[in-house]
Design a protein. Sequence first.
Length: 500
Amino acid sequence: MAQSQIQQQKQEQRQLQSISAQQLLLSQLVELPLQQMTERIETELHDNPALEKKVSDEEPQDWDPAEASDQPDAAEDYDQQREREERSDALDAALENIGRDDEELPVYQGGRQWSDEQEQAVYGEERSFYDTLMEQVGELELSDRDRYVIEYIIQSLDDDGLLRTPLADICEQLAIYHGIDITEAEAEPLLRHVQQLDPAGIGARTLQECLLLQTERRKNSPMKALMRKVIEDHFDEFTKKHWQRIQQSMALTDSQMEELLAELRRLNPKPGASMGEALGRSMQQITPDFIVDTQDDGTITFSLNSGDMPRLEISQSFADLLRDFQNNKEHMSRQQKEALLYTKQKVEAAQGFIDAVETRRRTLTKTMKAILQLQRPFFEEGDEELLRPMILKDVAELTGLDLSTISRVSNSKYVQTRWGTFPLKFFFSDSYVTQSGEELSTRKIKVALRNLIDDEDKHKPLSDDALRDALERQGFPIARRTVAKYREQLGLPVARLRKS
């Protein structure tokens, strides 16, 4: 009998290995910013009596036994004692409800879906730009009239901390709307009081004055004199980055010029940006998840902002109860076995949550270290043009973490730097590859495009074709349609709508 081969196609559906509850918990915690993470911990502390805040590791303060009362808890902190009693009551109540408790630990979902809110800003304590400056003003010995004028000047500052409203206009406004007659000559020394506040550069009326104010705060040195000379005598060349002209005019060597440029780039053109949100906006600040500190010598350090996030540990009462149950398994009643099961579930859930919090900390640390490594020039000098093209894959490869993990870490996290507070997404950007194969940062191109439009003659604004030609002369050979796309992404209208 002849044998024949028949080829058949068979469609089969296989179920992929499901993600574990611990992995799901970790993915949720990694995505939460600081304030949401603190709330999540408080929720877990409330729901799981086997989890509690870790007592401080600080050495106990000395106390005199003669001053202690006969009460056994007289020497203990009242809040800690009350929390311990509440934990004990919670444990008793939980054991009484053994049969009615869910045996499976529910995965936390929260009252709101974070995915629906991840694009919203996270706010911290109510502390404004105005409050920070006024605290410093409060330390000055001033008359009521002078204090009122200084406060009005502070309220007139722009978002970056500069005063662009002419002092004469401020005097006029004070006279018309507040009944305070003050001349510009009288207001000038009060403005200088504002300019003496921290950070250096606050209250400057121009960028040049802002940089000079910062330079004057430095210790006297030959470098300080060179910086002052550049800002005072060669400011136009400085703003146009004509370094060779400056070097030739000041007769500097290459090494001297390099050192001078490094110091000039440490000056902050937007001193108000490092103080949170400015006046006229929300009176709350974004809470940074990372704090990056750049020293004058270029040393960069960073830390995770823990805020009010408590440290966690397993409740000692639950740990002792679990140990007692396990040592007497052979002689346990049915009710005791149910109590053992409940206690074990709560302790394992608490330990799993503690492990997830620690893994979150390590993940955030590795991610921020990689970003600092890839974008070090920006953190050193604060110049947006120094940001290199960087995508999620670059950070994932450097850290060894999954691409989705890097994406979650980058959502709704903020980093506080010497140059201001930025969303973590700010440091990510695509690259543009020219026909010759050269890779350019799209962010750098956008900065150049914005500068061209800001400096154009508003009576004869540049068309997209003219902008393309100007960008090409600056070393950015991109197409006209790319210019139009970047212009739209920057929220800038076409030439005819920019005409004034």
